[in-house]
Design a protein. Structure first.
Length: 443
């Protein structure tokens, strides 16, 4: 026979509903009509209650059996037909939901993925409680799928890696041929990125951050690929930008290396490589060197010049020193480093320069074999080369001669170089329109 046993039943509710406290035991309940609570009536149990012998949850009549609650916390099963779900609420706000499709939402009631975590600074922690083991310890998230034989295999995983006391790194492993999970990428504790390397044994240059790609053993090389899908035309397809964030916001670019499509064959174009640098107080780098598809190398801003004189004679009297001979015109003067007023070339950077003079000269008539014209290459006021010319040297008739002088000279930045002329015994004349001074930086 069914019975109710309680230590104390008192009428504690204002509406007259009985309240059971200090324990309630109901035994021998076997049918749905054994325990009934009227509609709108609340059954309050204090101090804990035990129900035994109940066949099904439906044995309770009028009691909400799809919800478990305690204070402001409850777990509820909601069956609305097509939108059945399970949810957990704390402090009056829904915290977790499992939808009818099996999607799990934490902090959202509309998950769109198998697991969705939504919230301000939402975090997921995977904690490995095993003892420390270098390069092994650390929680992981594994991505699995079936292999060709239908067996479940871990295809890749992402893990935190312990690499010393209080040092954490990040590693990605992938399953390679042969079925072994092998580390494919690592971000070390300083932020360096290694592809197929954990940086052990690598050599540094300036101890800065770096991206290191290691090909491995055999004939496998490390490669960096930059590409684009820009359509069929002559456009840039990739660049490497060198910048410094301490510079003014419009002057942070320092240099660029860029590759451009070139040529005219549709969808089969060649390519060129372009190097850009910039001078001081300039916002944008400009092209300084281009390697064309043909292999030709051009330097549009290479310091170079070609100067020439006027269509008239300049007389150098005997014993007179022309310092220097001035070529007042230029065919080109890249960088404007040759001065048409004083005849001097000023080196913009330290390097080796090739300098050439071709001078058409003529002596007065009735000269003797002692008639001499000398040319001096002068750097910063000091002679570095000398050419000695006398009557009969390269004689073209009518005492006309062509004097050629070529030098390769190491110049420091801001060194000045020019040519002086000196006449002995007789006067000489130089015809400017047939005389030139040229030069260029070669290395």
């Amino acid at each position: 026979m069914s019975r109710i046993r309680t230590n104390l039943i008192t009428n504690r509710m204002a509406n007259g509903a009985p309240t059971v406290s200090n324990g309630l035991v109901i035994s021998g309940v076997t049918t749905t009509s054994d325990i009934k609570v009227g509609t709108g009536v609340t059954l309050n149990v204090y101090g804990g209650a035990t129900f035994s012998g109940i066949v099904t949850a439906s044995s309770f009549s009028g009691i909400d059996t799809d919800k478990i609650s305690e204070g402001n916390t409850e777990a509820e099963v909601v069956d609305t037909g097509s939108d059945g779900h399970f949810k957990v609420t704390t402090e009056g706000s829904e915290r977790l939901r499992i939808t009818s499709a099996g999607l799990v939402g934490i902090g959202t009631d509309t998950p769109y993925n198998p697991l969705a975590v939504v919230g301000s600074s939402a975090d997921i922690m995977v904690y490995d409680t095993d003892d420390y083991s270098q390069n092994v310890s650390g929680g992981a998230v594994a991505f699995a799928g079936k292999d060709s034989a239908g067996n479940r295999k871990t295809l890749a995983d992402v893990r935190g890696v312990a690499n010393g006391a209080n040092i954490g790194e990040f590693a990605i492993r992938t399953r390679r041929t042969g079925g072994t999970l092998t580390e494919a990428l690592r971000i070390d504790s300083t932020g360096k990125i290694g592809v197929n390397t954990d940086f052990s044994g690598s050599q540094t240059w300036r101890n800065g951050q770096r991206l290191e790609i290691f090909g491995g053993s055999g004939n496998v090389t490390g490669e960096l690929h930059l590409g684009a899908n820009r359509g069929d035309g002559q456009q840039s397809v990739g660049s490497i930008n060198f910048f410094d964030n301490t510079q003014d916001s419009t002057h942070r670019h320092i240099a660029l290396i860029e590759t451009d499509k070139s040529g005219t064959t549709s969808n089969k174009r060649g390519g060129a490589m372009v190097f850009y640098t910039k001078t001081d107080n300039v916002a944008g780098p400009t092209e300084k060197l281009r390697i064309h598809a043909t292999g030709a190398v051009t330097q549009p801003n290479l310091p170079s010049f070609m100067a020439y004189g006027n269509a008239s004679y300049t007389t150098i009297n005997s014993g007179a020193n022309l310092q220097p001979y001035v070529f007042p015109n230029t065919a080109h003067n890249t960088g404007s480093h040759y001065n048409t007023s004083n005849g001097k070339f000023t080196a913009p950077v330290t390097g080796v320069y090739q300098l050439n003079w071709n001078i058409f000269c003529k002596s007065d008539t009735n000269q003797t074999s002692a008639a001499t014209l000398e040319f001096y290459v002068v750097k910063n006021g000091s002679t570095v080369s000398r050419l000695h010319n006398k009557k009969g040297y390269g004689n073209m008739g009518d005492d006309q001669q062509i004097v050629n002088l070529h030098v390769f000279e190491k110049l420091n930045a801001n060194d000045e170089i020019s040519i002086n002329a000196y006449a002995y015994n007789v006067a000489w004349k130089i015809y400017g329109a047939h005389s030139t001074f040229s030069g260029a930086l070669i290395g």
